[in-house]
Structures are given as structure tokens and as C-alpha cells.
Design a protein around this ligand. Structure first.
Ligand code: FES
Length: 105
């Protein structure tokens, strides 16, 4: 599985991800900038905000009410393709493109 992280300047990093990790963990483990993840994945910080490639949104599991609520608290305003990356699990088939916001805090 691969996660492609593009930062706000347009630089893309293609990362080999481990099945079972979240997209947030994949970023943190590999030193990908742009994801802060203050709460460590417990859905209480909203500093793991990413914008998902529109064409890939439907492949993702639906967001929980809690994630939806937390997305109103992101530093860079949410868009229709916003998700919290700690809630996105890497699977065997993952080939996901996300963009990180300019700032998380
Ligand atoms: Fe805190 Fe995702 S890491 S909400």
C-alpha cells in the first residue's frame, strides 16, 4: 500500500505504508511534515486534518459523527474532501492521495 502526501507547497512524498496503520501513523512514522496529531489518534485534536483526492473519497469508510464534529475545529477550514487522517486505516489496496493543510495549529 502507498500513501502519497502532498504538502501545501506542492511537494509530494510517496510513502510505503503498513497495513493496519492509520494514514496519520504512516505520516508520523515516516517524518512526513504537515501532520501534527497532538492527541495521538484518539479523535480529540483535529491536527491530523488532510484533504483527500476527490476521486478517492468514495473508497474511504464513511466518517463517524465524532469525526464530522471534530472537523469543524480544524485550523484550516474544512472542505468537502476533508478527513482526519487518524481515522483512515491503511489496507492491502490502499493507494491514497492526500494534501496536508498549510497549518494544523
Ligand atoms: Fe488527533 Fe487525529 S490525531 S484527531
Amino acid at each position: 500500500p502507498t500513501v502519497h502526501f502532498t504538502d501545501s507547497e506542492g511537494t509530494t512524498r510517496d510513502i510505503d505504508a503498513n497495513v493496519g496503520d492509520s494514514v496519520m501513523e504512516t505520516a508520523v512514522r515516516n517524518g512526513v511534515p504537515g501532520i501534527v496529531a497532538e492527541c495521538g489518534g484518539s479523535l480529540s485534536c483535529a491536527t491530523c486534518h488532510v484533504f483527500v483526492d476527490e476521486s478517492e473519497l468514495d473508497n474511504l469508510p464513511e466518517m463517524s459523527e465524532m469525526e464530522d464534529e471534530m472537523l469543524w475545529g480544524t485550523t484550516e477550514d474544512r472542505e468537502d474532501n476533508s478527513r482526519l487522517s487518524c481515522q483512515l486505516k491503511v489496507t492491502e489496496d490502499t493507494d491514497l492521495h492526500v494534501t496536508t493543510p498549510e497549518t494544523q495549529v
